[in-house]
Write a protein that binds this ligand. Sequence first.
Ligand code: ADP
Ligand code: ADP
Ligand code: MG
Length: 447
Amino acid sequence: MKKLFIANRGEIALRIIRTARELGIETVLAVSEADKESTPARMSDSVAEVGPSSATKSYLSRESMLDAVLRSGADAVHPGYGFLSEDARFAQAVVDAGLTWVGPSPESIRLMGDKAAAREAARAAGVPVMNGSDGVVETIDDLEAAADRVGFPLLIKAAAGGGGRGIRIVRTADALEHEYTVASAEAASAFGDGSVYLERYITRARHVEVQILGDGKRAIHLFDRDCSMQRRQQKVVEEAPAANVPDDVREQMFKASVRLAQACGYKGAGTVEFLYDVDQRAVFFIEMNTRLQVEHPVTEMITGIDLVREQLRIADGNELQLSQNDIVARGHAIEVRLCAEDSERNFMPSPGLIQSVMWPAGPGVRIDSGVAAGSTVSPYYDSMLAKLIVWNSDRSSAISRLQRALNELEIAGLATTQKFLSSLISSLDFYEFSHHTKFIEESFFAE
Ligand code: ADP
Ligand code: ADP
Ligand code: MG
């Protein structure tokens, strides 16, 4: 691999550029009209224009992106997360053009991208799967039979869903048919696929997930992460390890995740997501993400392994150099996602010019960001400005360090979620590691 095309933007683009540079790989970064002057654009060896600011016409356009890839003379494509990263057709087009796709095979992406099919694959690999419908619910008869088995409350989930979207709760049988109709219509318009399935709704759940690396023959895990601090099913704070789950349950979850990766000949980095049912003291598979995750840095901090480097090595045809025993977790890492949103005004997006910024620094602090003073945060894309990640020898000292670092942060020109994050990580529930996925809604927005 000599020249890497990065089909993404923002912090993850810069994250990938940094590792590529360390490996002596040249980079070409896709840029939309709005991103021509971005920090990652300045940092990349070169840029390739992919179209207008609107994401659907640039970063999400398979045709424009592929065209830019071919023009660039790159020999490999890294998709980052989001956008085309889980688009099997894009991955296939890259492979068909004789280029290296930095990610699992199009078949793996397709299998796991259909969340109903992924549940079946996980079950077949002996992974404990959340009780739910057998595959997609096609008819009202199917719906009623599945709901009878699952019980209420239950969730209707879009098979093609992602980013916390396409999930609806149904509390009683009389609402079932109506919710099903609405959920299918919404899924069809949001994801271009109206398929939905049912899942038991866990009222007190923790989100725990396992980082996987595979080379097509062998797979290993890099421990777990807890991402239970969520708002509207989207992660806000993530940490590693997920030490709030009993050791025997974690061990079982690691084994199951490796089995699943092995069973599908998984190649690259991936994440197997579970919910931990606090009352049942058990984990259940919900989905697998076939890409680098937003929260991958916390795993890097506790293992000392550069996940992007491993992705590039594997994509380049190398076998995993690491064996399971080489992976040792040390200390504790926590990440918060800082967004350009006004947390006092219902998280309204607040695009605009960053007049000045002072990032926190010092021992055990890492900032992954794609912006700097003078950057304009555009309204076209995700509002995440930066990820602030800290490491320390244990969880409570990591929390103190995170509080210290968040207090150091000074950003002027637009509203951010800084204060909201400070109050989250200072809450007693967080300190006691006893929060669950509905904590923010219940504690901060209780009506
Ligand atoms: P992850 O699944 O990696 O933990 P989330 O569930 O929070 O991340 O986000 C889901 C998806 O939202 C990501 O895979 C990506 O599609 C999109 N997303 C989040 N942040 C960004 C961003 N800064 N730029 C582009 N897409 C993003
Ligand atoms: P996405 O593909 O959008 O990431 P997931 O299936 O991973 O969707 O679920 C996202 C979040 O939604 C979970 O982390 C959890 O907070 C909530 N959730 C999903 N399934 C369930 C469930 N069966 N019970 C309770 N909460 C759930
Ligand atoms: Mg998920």
